[in-house]
Design a protein around this ligand. Sequence first.
Ligand code: GLU
Length: 313
Amino acid sequence: MLNINDPTLTFMTMQQEGFKNSNPDYVGRFAPSPTGPLHFGSLVSAVASYLDAKANKGKWLVRIEDIDPKREPAGSSDKILHQLEKHGLFSDEKIIYQSKRSEAYLSALEKLEQCGLLFFCHCSRKLLEANHGIHSYPCLPEISSMPASRRLLAEKNIVIEFRDIFQGQQKQSIKEEVGDMVLYRKDKLFAYQLAVVIDDNFQKITHVIRGCDLLKITPRQIYLQKLLTLKTPTYGHIPIAINQKREKLSKQNLAASLDSRPAPKNLVRAINWLGLSVPDELSKTNHCSDLLMWAAGHWDNNKVPRLKEKTAS
Ligand code: GLU
């Protein structure tokens, strides 16, 4: 536990009082898809979103994005929640599960339908390959009795621009660079793009801090927010953690499990990776809460590496 006579603690308390960006309306979140246990890369996203929220004196929420059952091994959600707790990361509100939110997604689809923005589509990925996977209405002439997806008609001349906290100004043309996106899949599942936008709004998320692998799809989320007249949060995309072979750490390349090291050690590594430098004394602590408190007090957006990817050595 914290030792009252510890000089680090005095420093920590002073830093806490001096939190630079107090913003009580701040609501951040970590929204894992339960496709397997957390690894270092996902821990870094969880920690970055947590620290940015706490440095602002805001709330931090956890949302389980379990909308694709075929990709979700049994028990993964519980495993992730257990791993978060072990690292001292607790949601400030009840955890929501996307698998329970179908009605909200359906009602958003109905709204878009009423505006005449949805259409049924049979085009296969293979068929769209020649156009880099981008669908441009009308559909390619392929007669199919296969189930259809529902796509959102990309309107012409829509350019989405936003300023990312870490990656700077971003710009994307919806028709040319995104095309008609799938909102309801052929396999009768809601698309991530739809669910994430509806739930960020439902949970009143003001700040989305996540990995750079999602930077390119942010404009389409903003586009959806605009069509559904929802507020757009502030976005910040941190570098993604890669291995020595320059592959994104993932369950597929068997990124070393977080469970092979004590949680405080994982946290020290994640906090340092994000640009802070945990003092030697503190890095020996067995208490995740000490580390998180120190890091929230020292969190500085300017120190987060301005990179799209960074090696996790
Ligand atoms: N569920 C997504 C994932 O695990 C992240 C979604 C988000 O942060 O917007 O990759």
